[in-house]
Design a protein around this ligand. Structure first.
Ligand code: SAH
Ligand code: TYD
Ligand code: ZN
Length: 405
């Protein structure tokens, strides 16, 4: 039996998504032997309510020199992080010579704005390839996993931080005890830790089970975050709901007693109680919905193939690894996937081995149907690919339910 990574309480599994590969490991054609698989299943802690993976994939298997995900691939996300940077600079960096640290800075999509403003900053990211992209745009980066030792070293060599920020990264880190001990050493007495990640409430409401994959170890709620940070002498002092990536929450964490929690925190906690979010019955219902979507999606794709349609995928997302491998979708149902990321192109999707093609080629030969794996970027992609609909092409989505648009 597995114990909770936060409090060692008992975990109860509620969803098994089967054998899955690394969601961001795209093999070359002919090099699929020896692909790594693990069991993707999710459970809930009976003591602290934290929802988490039952099995942990070693971090070096996921985050390394060739990690292919680049944050700047979406214009909506570029704008989101630019305004985030401006907001952090305006509200959290008041003294002389402020210092901003980001955990998981990737290609510098957020810190580039901080750097351009002339503020002292440091990104920490273990994935050398994306870190080099950040450096190329004037962002200072340490190629390392952020953990207690890294934080102690940064504090000793560069001083303490006014704000530490992490987007779509804290939920990737099983070893949060080390992270929070590190934050305790790195933050100034009145410094804050601000992080944003997919919100369990949205995942349940949209049945977006594809948010569950190797890199997403935790699925936070205001309740589970509040319980967790208290263990390390911190307090949840603000929450903001964000529309990006299918619905996230930005949490602000301060030292206990340093700030008065905003009304938003109490409101979100009350809303979670009202929805019985993270209650066993709610999670069991979610799991049943996931199985229903698998049935409906494979039935639709099988019928479309039988009718002679050409169906492709759009967006070789990490999320799509869960969908393809859980539903048994391979090249016979979805002939290729279009994606803008050079490091994914001319490779195969993890586990399901669907060829990835440059998205520029989508319009060369429109398919009959396109399965929108990057549904979180639906508006951006559908407006960019208006020509597809114009020739009678149809989008397929599978969240919140399987639909042809
Ligand atoms: N913040 C960006 C990137 C998210 S992808 C965005 O929101 O788009 C997650 C990033 O976290 C990857 O670049 C990965 O290399 C990095 N990462 C994973 N574990 C980390 C750790 N322990 N410390 C710092 N970065 C980490
Ligand atoms: P994203 O949904 O951001 O994350 P994850 O991989 O964590 O699930 O990934 C978006 C993917 O879709 C990425 O590989 C780039 C691709 N993409 C396009 O091909 N075209 C686009 O217009 C956009 C916005 C993304
Ligand atoms: Zn727990």
């Amino acid at each position: 039996m597995t114990d909770c990574r936060i409090c060692a309480g008992p975990l109860t599994e509620f969803l098994d998504l089967g054998a899955q590969p690394n969601s961001d490991a795209f093999p070359r054609p002919g090099e699929t032997d020896g692909e790594f698989f693990y069991r993707l299943a999710v459970g809930r802690c009976g003591s602290c309510t934290m929802v988490q993976l039952m099995e942990e994939v070693p971090r070096e298997r996921m985050f390394h020199r060739d990690y292919p995900y680049v944050s700047s691939g979406s214009s909506v996300m570029r704008e989101h992080f630019e305004s985030t940077a401006r907001q952090l600079l305006a509200t959290e960096t008041k003294g002389p010579d402020p210092f901003v640290v980001e955990i998981g800075c990737n290609d510098g999509v957020m810190l580039a704005t901080v750097s351009d403003a002339g503020a002292r900053h440091l990104g920490v990211d273990p994935s050398e390839g994306v870190a080099d992209r950040a450096r190329a745009r004037g962002v200072r980066v340490r190629t390392a996993f952020f953990e207690e030792a890294t934080a102690l070293d940064i504090a000793a060599t560069e001083g303490r931080a006014d704000v530490v920020y992490a987007a779509n990264t804290l939920c990737h880190i099983p070893y949060l005890d080390s992270i929070f001990r590190g934050l305790d050493a790195l933050l100034k007495p009145d410094g804050v830790f601000v992080f944003e990640d997919p919100y369990l409430s949205e995942i349940i409401e949209r049945t977006s089970f594809d948010q569950i994959y190797d890199e997403h170890f935790y699925f936070f709620t205001a309740r589970s975050v509040r319980n967790m940070v208290r263990r390390y002498g911190f307090e949840l002092v603000d929450t903001v709901r964000l529309p990006v990536h299918g619905g996230e929450v930005r949490y602000t964490i301060a030292r206990q007693g340093a700030r008065v929690p905003t009304a938003a925190v109490a409101e979100l906690l009350a809303d979670e109680d009202h929805k019985a979010l993270a209650e066993p019955a709610t999670l069991e219902r979610f799991a049943a919905e996931v199985r229903r979507i698998r049935h409906n999606l494979t039935a639709l794709l099988t019928r479309l193939r039988a009718e002679g349609n050409r169906v492709v995928g759009y967006g070789a997302t990490a999320k799509s690894a869960t969908v393809a491998n859980y539903c048994g979708i391979g090249p016979e149902l979805v002939s290729c996937v279009y994606d803008t990321t050079p490091a994914k192109q001319d490779r195969l999707t993890p586990g399901s081995h669907i060829p990835v093609r440059p998205s520029g080629a989508f319009s060369d030969h429109y398919p009959d149907y396109a399965l929108l794996f990057a549904w979180n970027h639906a508006q951006e992609i559908m407006s960019k690919e208006e020509g597809f609909r114009a020739v009678g092409g149809k989008w397929i989505v599978y969240t919140p339910e399987v639909r042809v648009l």
